[in-house]
Design a protein around this ligand. Structure first.
Ligand code: C5P
Length: 228
């Protein structure tokens, strides 16, 4: 059953609480670096007390020992899923996987969607890159290092799903219903098409957060994901 994760891209804990009170059907939330920096681990504990699964999206990229320590801290908070950056390297991802020890799913971020081929090539010191190949290369490195899956755009799901095979998590942002504002998501997809292509977790922010009736939009997203 595919999951719909509400990206709590909100400024502080009070805004998050107001949202959760308004949308009690929420099952999964994504807490990213803005909200985590503002609200702290106490908000994760509050979300767990509300019965929510927490996806902690801090995109760890540091020396192996430090990332392993962050994973252990997230385990203590009963986080269900968290991100590490695949460019941190195999040793870092192995250390993170060992620290998770099956208690949470670690998913790898491959190429940030803010990059184009030129800026990514420049960042990694190569003359040119094919971004699609970089995404699958890094996704392969992630699963070889023991991660449970990857984050990727709707556009990349078919290639990543073929590479990862069943039983891995494919976490996909950029989800829009037909007619929703696409905003800055260059590669959007409907919940049905993302799930059909192999997505296991759909991350949805603004279509729910900015809706006049967010509970109704979440219900529609959940129904569409289930129908996919
Ligand atoms: O508001 P929207 O539905 O576009 O939110 C998508 C969420 O997924 C945001 O929290 C955003 O930071 C995150 N994300 C993304 N694209 C990526 C990786 C993460 O939109 N490539």
């Amino acid at each position: 059953m595919p999951e719909v994760i509400v990206a709590l891209d909100l400024p502080d804990a009070d805004a998050a609480r107001r949202f959760l009170d308004q949308v009690p059907a929420t099952r999964w939330v994504k807490i990213g670096s803005v909200l985590f920096t503002s609200a702290g681990p106490g908000l994760v504990t509050e979300c767990r007390a509300r019965g929510l699964e927490v996806f902690l999206d801090l995109k760890w990229h540091d020396i192996p020992n430090t990332v392993a320590g962050a994973v252990r801290a997230a385990r203590d908070l009963q986080v269900s899923m968290a991100t590490v950056h695949t460019l941190g390297g195999a040793e870092m991802m192995v250390a993170a996987s060992e620290a998770a020890d099956g208690a949470m799913v670690l998913v790898g971020v491959t190429v940030l969607t803010s990059h184009d081929a030129g800026s990514f090539a420049e960042a990694v010191g190569r003359r040119s890159v094919a971004l699609g190949e970089e995404v699958t290369r890094l996704a392969g490195a992630a699963v070889r290092a023991g991660l449970g899956g990857v984050v990727c755009s709707p556009h990349e799901v078919p290639a990543v799903a073929a590479l990862l095979g069943p039983g891995r998590s494919i976490v996909v942002p950029g989800i829009r219903r037909p007619g929703d504002a696409v905003g800055d998501q260059a590669r959007a997809a409907t919940p049905e098409s993302a799930v059909r292509a192999g997505a296991t977790h759909l991350v949805v922010g603004r279509p729910i957060l900015q809706a006049p009736d967010p509970a109704r939009v979440l219900a529609e997203m959940l129904a569409a994901a289930a129908a996919g």
